[in-house]
Each structure stands twice: as structure tokens, then as C-alpha cells.
Design a binder for this molecule. Sequence first.
Ligand code: SAH
Length: 244
Amino acid sequence: MTFAATVLTLYPEMFPGPLGTSLAGRALRDGVWRCEAVQIRDFATDKHRSVDDTPAGGGAGMVMRADVLAAAVDSVADTRPLLAMTPRGAPLTQARVRALAAGPGAIILCGRFEGIDERLFAARAVEPVSIGDYVLSGGETAAIVLLDACIRLLPGVMGAASSGDEESFESGLLEYPHYTRPAEWEGRTIPEVLRSGDHAKIAAWRKRQAEDDTRSRRPDLWERYSGARDQSPSGAQAKRKDER
Ligand code: SAH
């Protein structure tokens, strides 16, 4: 099954952009996924082809018109999930990415200016998605991030590398740190255990590192992870062991 991405944007020339190179680019050429960029302005109805207007209630900037966006959405709508990139959306997670990658694709609406007339979200059941707590100039780069995260999970795109459940976020933890040759570099060595050949010891060390780094770098993830762990019977045991 081909993962079909349709992006609604004022800048269709931004697609596939960086997704046309490397693994995603090869997958695109191989037909693992498709990328269609639709010019929103083609759905404007007035003679100036306007897609935006001043904000109701006043304030700076312009707002994208619901009527024009709805016409653009309606021209491509099918059974695929319909997403809009917006900092007001639910933060994108690996779990949501996995679910999207397992489906038929996505229709992605990219905002510009101050954003999108709020009425569109309810009128067309649009899922608002954020890629993080910062503000971009437009939804296109956010859409590229979302698509990149999905495409690398499509069957055959990454080979074995993406199938592992050890990657950051898959287990609720950050991944453990990586090292490669040379064994010594600028006086720094690779942790001895990684060169021991003892797979059980290596696995234990990696788990410990993943937990320590998550605890110190991402207390938000750690809280969720350790909370879930403490609730499971084996988790409670693990916790008691930690505390000894
Ligand atoms: N005034 C808005 C920001 C508009 S930025 C606010 O304060 O919420 C212009 C467009 O960039 C948005 O419509 C959205 O499509 C995109 N964008 C900006 N930041 C984003 C983010 N963190 N995640 C997803 N899309 C984002």
C-alpha cells in the first residue's frame, strides 16, 4: 500500500523538498509513498485570489479564510486523516506517527500568517497538530517534519534500523547513547562494557543509561514512564530493586 501525502499550501514548491533526497527520496521514487502539493490559492473565488483577511476583533496580521480552505480540503478529501499544522494543536508523538504510518496517508493543511479561521476545524473535523512549543513562519516545515517521521517507518524504507523498539520514545524512554570507532578519541574512550562482548551486561548498561538520561534530560517523560512502571506488577518489583 502506498502512503499518500497531500499537502495543502500556499507554497507547493516546498514539496517534496528535503523529502526528495536520501531514504525518503528513494522511497518516493520507488512508489512507497506519494507526495501531492495543492495550491490553496487555486480555490480563492474573488478577483484578487485572496486567501486571507484581517482578524475579527482586531490585532496584527492576517487570518486564512475558512471558505477558501474548505474548498481546497473538499477537493482532495477521502478516508485519509485530515490534519492541520498549528502551534495550538496536540504535540506530535511517536505513537501518533506510528498510527499515521500504518494508515493510508494524510491530508495536511499548512497555515501561514496568524493562522487559520477556527471555524474550519469543527466544520471539516480537522485534527490540529503541533510539532513543538515554538512558532514557525509556516506549516510547511512542520508538515515536512511530520511526513519524515512517518515515511521512515514505512515498510522497506529503513530496513532493520527503524523496526527496533529501543529507539527514543518507543519504550517511553530516550534511547541509550551510541559510540563507534576509534576506540580512543581526543583522550576519550568508549565505555568498557560496550567492548566486553557480554550481551546481557551491555543490555543492562544501555537500559540504565536510557533511564538516567531520560530522568535528567526529560523529567516529563520520566514521570510518565516511572508512573506506568510502578503500576505494573513487574514494575513494582523493579522499583523495589531500584530502591535497595
Ligand atoms: N499566531 C499563531 C502562529 C502562526 S505561525 C499562534 O500564535 O498560535 C504560522 C503558521 O505556521 C501556523 O498557522 C502553522 O501552520 C505553522 N506553525 C507555526 N508553529 C508551528 C508549530 N509549532 N507546529 C506546527 N505548525 C506550526
